[in-house]
Write a protein that binds this ligand. Sequence first.
Ligand code: NDP
Length: 326
Amino acid sequence: MYLNTSNIKLKVPAADEYAGAILVKNLYLSCDPYMRGVKHRDASTNAQDRIVFFAADQPIVGYGVCKVVDSKHPDFKAGDLVWGITKWEEYTLITNTESFFKIHHTDVPLSYYTGILGMPGMTAYAGFYEVCKPKKGEKVYISSAFGAVGQIVGQFAKLMGCYVVGSAGSQEKVDMLKKKFGFDEAFNYKEEPDLNTALKRYFPEGIDIYWENVGGKMLDAVLMNMRLHGRIAVCGMISQYDFEEHEGAHNLMHLIYKRVRMEGFSVFDYYHLYPKFLDFVVPCIRENKITCVEDMTQGLENGPASLVGLFSGRNAGKGVVLVARD
Ligand code: NDP
């Protein structure tokens, strides 16, 4: 129903139009590389994969941590803290609460629910334990290792008793991988003239598990260094997100020679494990067995620059935009 005033047309909501909806105040917004990558996907992927993150004249859509300020949903009430898919604005009306989780552990920073306790942490957990199926002592390589997902995968692998090597795009990130996260080795891939030689230096006997965040030339070099019965968890391929024509991998025959299992996965298929994940990770954080580094940007107006920064490596750690503290 519409009300016509002299020159403004006002939409008057029907009584039940907002049934099941919640109004949230956005506190922290998450910068995630896949927000860019989804534009290449086709209709054969599942519904959540096809969320439109960018549309002209619309706020960006993405994960965030929010406070419920009003609710017409029986499971949420004003004051609840939640995380899920929201919009890059101060307040958002959420008509579909399917992606939302209530936040119960508030003795950790709330921003962690954009990272280590949110979608990236869940990605690391599902991909490492369910897809890689790691064993103690295995040799693990992680590309883009200082990023939101990579830093957690590396720490899970260390907890499992694996030998862990990560690569990142600056000396500062490389140093932090070893000092902050306890990686056994780390290197700056931008300074390696030949990635194959670099990997042979750190994995003379080959790689059991490769955590793929990057794709392109990195994947090609890794393929030549996999061990017999190795596993490649294809989490992301950030080097390919900007290309309409994707770079082809040349060394795929190594999948056959080494009997390697290479598996792409989406975190959207694993959210049923979220309670189990929290039971595991929250005590690890409290006991300082796992930690994280955030790259916090202040203010909604500075968010887009932070998001773009993911694609040049300007972020150091989990990209988060602080909109409001409470
Ligand atoms: P990051 O925090 O790792 O941020 C992106 C980083 O990627 C940058 O800091 C930069 O680090 C690196 N990078 C950017 N461009 C390139 C390039 N051309 N070549 C190599 N490295 C590059 O992101 P996330 O941890 O959030 O995500 C990691 C990957 O996982 C992404 O590919 C993402 O799309 C994917 N993902 C997949 C999910 C799934 O369900 N499968 C869910 C979540 C994420 P540096 O300085 O080291 O170059």
